[in-house]
Design a protein around this ligand. Sequence first.
Ligand code: SAM
Length: 244
Amino acid sequence: MTDSFHFNVIGTVESPYKEKFAIPRQPGIVTAAQGQIRLTGSANNADLVRGLSQFSHIWLIFVFHGTQAQGWKPLVRPPRLGGNKKLGVLATRSTFRPNPIGMSVVKLDRIELQKTEHQGSQVILHISEFDLLNGTPIVDIKPYVPYADIIADAQGGYAHQQPTSNIQIIFTALALTVIEKHSASTPKLRQLIKQVLSQDPRPAYKQKQTDNKVYGMSLYEFNIQWQFDDSDTIKVISVEASNS
Ligand code: SAM
């Protein structure tokens, strides 16, 4: 019996989330982000996805490549518990795990076979409702099968329900002007900013507190600055396209 295995990456994620900060903590929460998985190497073959488009959702098994180098510890502090209680890493969805493997159910919007130069083709899975950093390496994809994967009476422990939020998001006129200017290329940008911020992306120990700090986050090619106006209102101060 071998005690280690080697897996090849079969695809790479293109995501609007270019840094860890502000990525939703689970899939299914933010619906306005659009991403792609481009199959790579010998997995970039239309045969691998034959029949997959019948499924609305897929399981992604992936590597937490952005945090892998930081290693892991047996105990972690889940943000869901305010970041001040330690639980065993295997009782959490922490990215810092003995093997840096993540799994997410995401929406499969469509599959594209893109013609490339030299008569080749690129398999692209268009996805939404994901919680993945740009560049995430995918090691497996499986169809989501409701009869087997939904467990209606399952107990969700300390994370039984999706966190609720009553945070309102407001925009300055300046921010709205930039969003409007880019509405043809990024039509859901305003909705995406609202969905991401209403989850309060700040570290767990700051949640439910008012602070005056101006935060920055990046979505697609936009740098976005925002600040709490009061305890339940976030103001989007500016949106700047990094390539303009
Ligand atoms: N749904 C997956 C799971 O349960 O295995 C991931 C849950 S994990 C709590 C979600 C967080 O992982 C995101 O909010 C983001 O901060 C982080 N993340 C996503 N992709 C990552 C990557 N490739 N490397 C490191 N961290 C990543």
